[in-house]
Write a protein that binds this ligand. Structure first.
Ligand code: NAD
Length: 260
């Protein structure tokens, strides 16, 4: 018996095999979950191709988190994709989505125009609440929502407004935990160390993060191994964290816990 046996889970954000969402979807299936994926536009075609490399090919629904119609129709489309009948529920949602325009990252933080910062917040922060709300009608007496952050307690080089968006994501997660807790919905984040996904590679100078982790993470850290992050997400989706919400679990080799 896997720890997600019988559970139905939406995993957003599979783009390549290096996506944290891909490891999450694979491990979730290995642990017994029925998984549905989502992505948008061209990324959805890539996602459909990658979905074939999972232990069981998963259906992919269209979801651009900035598209209000996509959000308002999501519950019905998930019902169809998962074949949910009367009394069936969605047990878990993984928000593995992040984007900031190039103009919002790199150096020159105070010079960035609102429109660029706004895009980062729209896609990377507000969407966490919007996705949760869109899935809310499908939740039963308990559900688990999990998102991905990059430790936002400090200011990083080159991360720019994506870092500010992540700080707001961490706060958003606590507000969601507060409001949805009475409905039995847990809301948590995994703070992953640097991983060479498309999102991270698109940040100019992100190799600095890789260098910072080298030699400092007490457990060591591999920038190509998404399995530890995926396992933590799956653990938070499972019934093994029944009294945990508004939490941030660090999956960074212990980097956050030590000084230089
Ligand atoms: N890679 C890292 O080092 C790292 C570390 C900590 C946290 N994270 C976070 O993990 C999450 C997943 O990123 P990843 O590193 O696996 O990269 P990734 O590029 O594989 O995934 C990012 C996903 O976001 C999706 N996306 C972007 N805009 C969207 C929109 N408008 N609507 C719907 N989906 C959209 C992309 O299509 C893509 O699938 C992100 O929140 C990221 O910030 C990444």
């Amino acid at each position: 018996m896997g720890i997600l046996e019988g559970k139905k889970v939406l995993v957003t954000g599979v783009l390549t095999e290096a996506s944290i969402a891909f490891a999450t979807a694979r491990i979730a299936q290995e642990q017994g979950a029925t998984v549905v994926l989502s992505n948008f536009g061209r990324a959805r075609s890539l996602c459909q191709r990658i979905a074939k490399r999972l232990p069981q090919e998963a259906p992919v629904v269209e979801l651009d988190v900035t598209d209000t119609e996509h959000l308002s129709t999501l519950a019905d489309r998930l019902r169809d994709a998962l074949g949910l009948g009367e009394g069936d529920h969605l047990d878990g949602v993984v928000h593995s989505i992040g984007f900031a325009p190039q103009e919002a990252m790199g150096e020159g933080f105070p010079e960035v125009a609102w429109e660029h910062a706004a895009t980062a917040f729209h896609v990377s922060t507000w969407s966490y609440a919007a996705l949760t709300q869109a899935c809310r009608p499908l939740f039963g007496s308990s559900a688990s929502v999990v998102g991905l952050t990059f430790d936002a307690t400090v200011a990083w080089p080159v991360y720019g407004w994506m870092g500010a968006a992540k700080a707001a994501l961490e706060s958003t997660s606590r507000y969601l935990a507060r409001e949805l807790g009475p409905e039995g919905v847990r809301v948590n984040l995994v703070a992953a160390g640097p991983l060479r996904s498309m999102a991270m590679k698109s940040i100019p100078g992100s190799v600095q993060f890789e260098k910072a982790w080298e030699g400092r993470a007490p457990l060591g850290w591999s920038v190509t191994d998404t399995e530890p992050a995926g396992k933590a997400v799956v653990a938070l989706l499972s019934d093994w964290f029944p009294a945990t919400t508004g939490e941030i679990v660090h999956v960074d080799g212990g980097f956050h816990a030590v000084g230089v």
